[in-house]
Design a protein around this ligand. Sequence first.
Ligand code: DGL
Length: 250
Amino acid sequence: MASIGIFDSGSGGLSVYRELVKLLPRERYIYFSDNAHCPYGEKTAEYIQDRAHVITDILLGMGADIIVVACNTATAAAIASLRADYPDVPFIGMEPAVKPAALGTKSGVIGVLATAGTLKGSKYLHTRGQFEDNVHIIEHVGEGFVELVENGILDGPEAEKTVRTSLQPLLDQGADIIVLGCTHYPFLQPVIERLAGPGVRVIDPAPAVARQTVRVLQEKGIPTGEGTFSIDLYHSGEPDSLQRIYQLVS
Ligand code: DGL
C-alpha cells in the first residue's frame, strides 16, 4: 500500500485528491492544507519554498512515500528546490494544461486562469513559449476565486460576479478553451462553464496528474492496490474549509 502525501495552500488540492482516489482507491492518503498561510498566489517564492519544506518534512515524518504538490503556485515556486533537497522522494507537480488546450482550440485563442505566482513561474513561461507562435494565449488571475472556495461559496450570485470579472476578458478575446491553472478553480467549474457557455471547453489538469502519479508509483516500485483506504486531513489554520470541501469530494 502506498502512503500518498498531498499538500496545497488550502482545500484546492482536494480537486487532485478526488481524481487520485478514483485510480488508487486502496491507499493511505495524508492531506495537508496550509490554510493559515493561504493564499499563496501573491506570496514570494522564498516564502512558499519555506512552507513547502516544512510541510514536506511533516508528510515524510508521517510516512509518505510520494508527495503530490497539489498546488500550481507551490509547484512553480518550490518543486525544483524540493527535488534538489529530497533527492530520494518522488514529487508530482502541477502545470497549467497549455498543451492540450493549444492542440484542441478551434478559435486559435486559449485562456489560462491561474494565480500571479504561477503565471510568472519559469516553467509556465517556458511552456507558453512553446505554443505561442501558433496559438494566442491570454491569461488572467482568478481574482478572489481562492477566497470563494475557502469560504465554501461555490455557486450563487457572489460566485458568479467574482468569476465573471476574471473570465469575461478571456471570452471577449475569443478563447474557446479555458485552462484551470489553480487547483482551487475546479470547485468553481460549474459556474465557469455556465458563464462561458456551451462553445467553450474548460480543462482541469487533475485527471492527468493522477495518471502521472500512478506511473511514478509504478516506476518506483511502490506497491498499490492491496491496502485499505484511509485519509488523514491536516490543516495549519481553522478546520471548517477543509472539512466542507472534503465532504464534496468524498
Ligand atoms: N491552489 C493553489 C494553486 O493551485 C494556490 C492558490 C493560492 O493559495 O493562491 O495555485
